[in-house]
Design a binder for this molecule. Structure first.
Ligand code: CO
Length: 284
């Protein structure tokens, strides 16, 4: 067994996105612009019950997939495909924006708390202008492997014989939410063909002798397995992996394409009301 070491570690930086929502961004910052196939990772939250959360009103996306996972609180959303719903704590939403989606995402507190993650996963060139798609999973639908030392929620990919519910065929996605008791060890096989990272959102952990503090993102190097040891306060983290696409990435805000010309086309399409090709009446 060859344990994948830390290849790069960055601290998430606080960015302002949507009034009243604090966001720790790791992938998608100057220190780690992209981690093919991942374009962005935001850890958002609020623990002030008096805070007014404006959320993220109507905005576009083209060229990639957004994956939202709520830890606390809930998220009301509606989109140009006609989906509308309320993503509860522990639930996940997979949205393939592809050729174009306009949506709103409005996080809400429960008992003063709201927390979650949004991951942007790139699409290969051949899929960027395909039809959008949407899947939402209630918390009860997500398999869980619970032992005395570790509890693992399997959102995507496989762990200990459980298969996650989210199928992201282009990235061969693995997405685990792991809660590890103090000083205990978590092991999972994970070959180098998939680019992988760990983001610690509570407590702290170690990979061999290297410390992974809260709000750190560690990119994993070559090897065939992941081994994490929780610190004395325990650890909660997500382990995410996907197959790199290996194509040019040109990004302008919510549009991620392969060339500058395609970005300009996306901006024209949005301006002219042609971004959304598959639509239902929005806002009804
Ligand atoms: Co969005």
């Amino acid at each position: 067994m060859n344990i994948r070491p830390i290849q790069q570690q960055i601290r998430a930086i606080a960015v302002s996105e949507g009034a009243g929502v604090s966001v720790h961004r790791s992938i998608g910052t100057p220190a780690l612009k992209h981690l093919d196939p991942f374009l962005m990772l935001d850890h958002f939250g609020s623990d002030d019950p008096d805070e007014y959360i404006a959320g993220f009103p109507e905005h576009p996306h083209r060229g990639f997939v957004t994956l939202t996972y709520m830890l606390d609180g809930h998220m009301e959303h509606r989109d140009s495909m006609g989906n509308r719903g309320d993503l509860r704590a522990g639930g996940a939403q997979w949205m393939k924006a592809a050729s174009g989606v306009i949506h709103s995402e409005m996080p809400k507190q429960t008992n003063g708390l709201m927390r979650g993650f949004q991951l942007w996963i790139n699409l290969p060139a051949a899929e960027k202008m395909s039809d959008p798609a949407y899947q939402e999973f209630a918390p009860e639908a997500i398999p869980e492997v619970a032992g005395e030392a570790v509890r693992v929620r399997v959102l995507a990919g496989e762990y200990a014989g459980q298969r996650g519910v989210i199928d992201d065929p282009h990235s061969d996605l693995l997405y685990l939410d792991v809660t590890l008791q103090p000083d205990r060890v978590f092991d999972a096989p994970l070959a180098s063909a998939r680019r992988a990272f760990v983001y610690v959102y509570e407590g702290g952990a170690l990979i061999e002798a290297a410390h992974l503090p809260q709000h750190s993102l560690s990119v994993l190097g070559q090897g065939d397995s992941v081994r994490m040891t929780a610190g004395p306060e325990g650890a909660r983290f997500i382990l995410v992996a996907g197959r790199p696409i290996g194509e040019a990435v040109v990004q302008y805000g919510p549009f991620v394409m392969n060339t500058r010309a395609e970005i300009e086309q996306a901006m024209r399409d949005y301006r002219d009301g042609r971004l959304v090709r598959v639509k239902a009446a929005f806002g009804q």
